[in-house]
Ligand binder design. Structure first.
Ligand code: C2E
Ligand code: CA
Ligand code: CA
Length: 791
């Protein structure tokens, strides 16, 4: 017996023996017959494996006993030919797993085949047992055994890992028979009311799927068919991998799984590994992302992307069916003002309520979407081609539901909107249809809030015209500006009949189109962001002209129109510079702005208007009573003049309401200490009535239209020839009349958007100025507008 610790030797290694690495001594059994001479073998073993434990047995029985009792790493059989067969067989029967090596004296192919067929791992030729030869054979034999052991151990490890892996996993062979499953798989089968007969080892997975697919009563039959097809494709090699998400719903919960089939070598054939991963959480997230990406988070309505998609679908369906499609682009009117008053939270609340009301009014099948901010889109499909105007009527109904005030945190808010409608006629795609609705919306907006406009080809022409005009305006506004001119209209004091001021009104002397009025190009310039250029020029030109704005030796006041957009932080600086450069008294200047200016950002407006007022410049509200009907600004800002819009003046003697409104505005102006000016006076009756109502000043064709500066002197002289109006023959209003008219006017303002706080605020200002109760305005000494404040 050779003994010793083999570990060190093997690690230090010689002739490849280092490849074997183990911690217990190597144990070898040599079975030999006395007739064979195995001393060479033993010498070799001693030399090569000095630490190995070697047992040598000559008796087969004793060898087999030893073999049964102990575990050997290798058996070496060195026997005469006659004994070989029984020994090899006996060794194999006793220890099938132990490597066996047969030593032979000659190279014999038949023998080698026999020995290997009988289970010997190797054959070594005696006599040629040079050291490296036998050692290598030994190493090979031992390594093979190690490998098998390793793979068994590895298999155990893999099984452990698979069981620890909480994804239900099974392996199927090339015929889809389940050959292995992990613990999670067994749990999964159990949780889903499955049995081993359906999904256990040995069962054909495809059979189970096919049975489920064939039974229409089974929930998920279609899914089962799909999975079966996927498995078949993976097994036949036509698919590299199959993956599919499927629902697995129970009355108590909805779950989602991903089944994945990946090819794998199973039992020497193309089988597959099948996993079922629970992806419920992911699925819920995906669904919520998908919803978010297609819906507006504030109102929950479809967003632009979704409605455009539906519109595309509706158009292609409509082209096939011949049924109509229409869209309405709805834009809230002065929504920014709502935001300014209520803050963004309040503004959001209004939008939500608007969406709710519109939705409630929507006819079945229609889609309401929020495009952005305060813009909504309605889509109707399957419309009757014989009633092309239905969409317009429905849009009017939608506007109707916005008429009632909205209650937001105890504040009553009025909202109106404009709507542009476009009908789909063949050839229009999504973009074109939305553009058409846009063009119609612009048209609706120019007609004022609460209007619905239908897209027509003329509108398109109008749009093209506007685009051309805009390009021309840009050219005209390049320095030096030569195509703009200022005309001046006299303003008369109604008591004295004397001209006290002029209003500058800009015109565009177009080289081809002739003299264009401001209504043709100011809105365009505002939309194109060009109005600053016009405004700057107007201001400079008017100040340049002021020296000649005199009458009979008296300097006339100068009113200049200002766009809302012109009122910003720079306005004050610009005006101060212009006044200094032009050497003009600020108190001669009046800035006319429309009511829309007062819904602008309150802070900017307060600082701007206060600063202008400090300079001595007066502020006039142009077209009073036509626009934003909240009186809050009358108390908030320093306002010196209220100009009665010509539409009310035109109604004098024709419409009682208009006359009452004129009366109320005049009273209101007096109440807040402002000068009232009637606009567009054309008849002496209008003059007489306005005068009797206490209106301070007026302007209009009765005296003179706006004229170029070189015609102004003649126009002013002509004004003087207009006789001062006598009081009208009708009984003039009593103080009570005026009181009740003012109350009625305020009530009208109230219902149109003011809050009670608004009205009270306006009247508080009256008190603070110490003119409470003074309903009939006092004539300023020289009749200049607002001179009661800036005397
Ligand atoms: P507005 O300030 O209300 O000007 C009065 C408009 O009524 C002027 O029209 C004037 O010519 C017209 N008008 C005067 N008297 C009578 C009358 O007795 N009967 C009738 N039917 N109309 C009369 P215009 O010049 O076409 O100006 C229109 C608007 O354009 C102005 O309305 C004003 O808002 C704006 N605008 C004029 N010049 C400027 C400017 O320099 N800058 C800005 N931003 N806007 C301007
Ligand atoms: Ca004006
Ligand atoms: Ca006006």
């Amino acid at each position: 017996m050779i003994s010793g610790d083999v570990a060190m030797t093997l690690r230090e290694g010689r002739d490849g023996l280092a490849l074997l690495d183990r911690n217990s001594p190597l144990r070898l059994l040599v079975i030999e017959d006395s007739s064979t001479d195995s001393h060479l073998v033993l010498a070799l073993l001693r030399d090569q494996l000095p630490h190995a434990l070697v047992d040598v047995e000559v008796s087969l029985d004793a060898a087999l006993d030893l073999l049964a009792e102990h575990r050997f790493d290798l058996v070496l059989a060195d026997l005469p030919e006659a004994q070989r067969a029984p020994v090899v067989r006996a060794v194999r029967n006793t220890r099938p797993e132990t490597p066996l090596m047969v030593l032979t004296g000659r190279i014999d192919g038949a023998l080698a085949l026999w020995a290997l067929a009988e289970g010997a791992q190797d054959l070594s030729v005696e006599g040629q047992q040079d050291q490296p030869g036998l050692a290598t054979a030994l190493v090979h034999a031992l390594r093979r055994e190690r490998a098998e052991e390793e793979s068994l151990r590895y298999l155990e490890l893999a099984r452990g890992l698979l069981d620890a892996w909480d994804v239900p996993t099974c392996a199927v062979d090339c015929e889809s028979r389940i050959v292995a499953v992990n613990r999670a798989w067994r749990d999964f089968v159990e949780d889903n009311d499955g049995t081993d007969e359906l999904c256990g080892v040995g069962v054909s997975y495809l059979d189970t799927c096919d049975r489920a697919a064939a039974d229409v009563q089974v929930v998920g039959a279609a899914e089962a068919a799909l999975v079966a097809q996927g498995i078949r494709h993976v097994l036949d090699g036509s698919l590299d991998r199959f993956r599919h998400d499927y629902p697995c719903h129970s009355p108590s919960e909805n779950r989602w799984f991903t089944v994945q089939v990946t090819p794998a070598l199973v039992n020497d054939g193309r089988g597959a590994v099948i996993t079922h991963v629970d992806v419920t959480d992911l699925h819920v997230l995906q669904v919520s992302f998908a919803h978010q990406s297609l819906h507006d988070p504030l109102t929950g309505l479809p967003n632009r992307a979704l409605v455009e998609d539906r519109l595309g679908q509706a158009i292609s369906d409509g082209d096939r069916s011949g049924l109509g499609v229409a869209v309405a682009h709805l834009d809230l009117f002065r929504y920014q003002g709502v935001n300014d008053r209520l803050g963004y939270r309040g503004g959001d609340a209004v939008l939500v309520q608007v969406a709710e009301r519109l939705l409630a009014q929507l006819r079945p099948g229609a889609t309401l979407a929020r495009l952005a901010g305060d813009e909504f889109l309605v889509l109707w499909r399957d419309l009757d081609a014989d009633h092309p105007d239905e969409a317009v009527a429905w849009s009017e109904e939608l506007l109707g539901v916005l008429e009632r005030p909205f209650d937001i945190a105890d504040v009553s808010v009025h909202v109106s909107a404009s709507v542009g409608v476009a009908r789909h006629t063949c050839g229009h795609d999504v973009d074109q249809l939305l553009h058409a609705a846009d063009a119609a919306l612009i048209d609706a907006k120019t007609r004022g809030p609460g209007c619905v406009a239908l897209f027509t080809e003329e509108l398109l022409e109008e749009r093209t015209y506007r685009m051309v005009l805009e390009a021309e305006l840009r050219l005209a506004l390049a320095e030096p500006i030569t195509q703009l001119v200022l005309h001046y209209q006299p303003v008369v004091n109604l008591t004295s009949g004397k001209v006290v001021a002029v209003e500058s009104l800009v015109r565009w002397q177009h080289p081809v189109r002739g003299l264009l009025g401001p209504d043709r190009f100011i809105p365009l310039a505002e939309a194109a962001g060009l109005v600053h250029l016009i405004g700057d020029w107007v201001l400079l030109q008017a100040i340049r002209d002021q020296a000649s704005l005199t009458h009979e030796g008296r300097e006339l006041d100068l009113a200049v129109n200002f766009s809302v957009q012109q009122l910003d932080e720079q306005t004050v600086t610009k005006l101060r510079r212009a006044i200094e450069a032009g050497d003009v008294r600020a108190s001669r200047l009046i800035l006319e702005v429309t009511e829309s200016a007062f819904v602008k950002d309150e802070k900017t407006m307060t600082t701007t208007l206060e600063a202008l007022s400090e300079l001595g410049i007066r502020i006039a509200v142009d077209d009073f009573g036509t626009g934003y009907s909240s009186l809050l600004y009358l108390s908030r800002y320093p306002i010196d003049v209220l100009k009665i819009d010509c539409q009310f003046v035109a109604g004098i003697g024709k419409r009682q309401d208009d006359e009452a409104i004129c009366a109320s505005i005049i009273s209101l102006a007096a109440a807040v200490g402002a000068t009232s000016i009637g606009e567009g006076v054309e008849t002496s009756e209008q003059y007489a009535v306005l005068r009797s109502l206490g209106c301070v000043q007026a302007q209009g064709f009765l005296w003179s239209p706006a004229v170029p500066i070189d015609e102004l002197a003649a126009a002013l002289a002509a004004c003087d020839r207009i006789p001062v109006a006598a009081p009208p023959s009708r009984p003039s209003r009593t103080r009570q009349d005026l009181d009740s008219e003012t109350a009625a006017f305020m009530a009208r303002m109230h219902t149109e958007g003011g809050s009670s706080q608004t009205i009270d605020g306006a009247l508080d200002r009256r008190t603070s100025r110490g003119i409470a109760g003074r309903l009939t305005p006092e004539e300023p000494p020289d009749g200049a507008p607002g001179s009661s404040r800036h005397g």
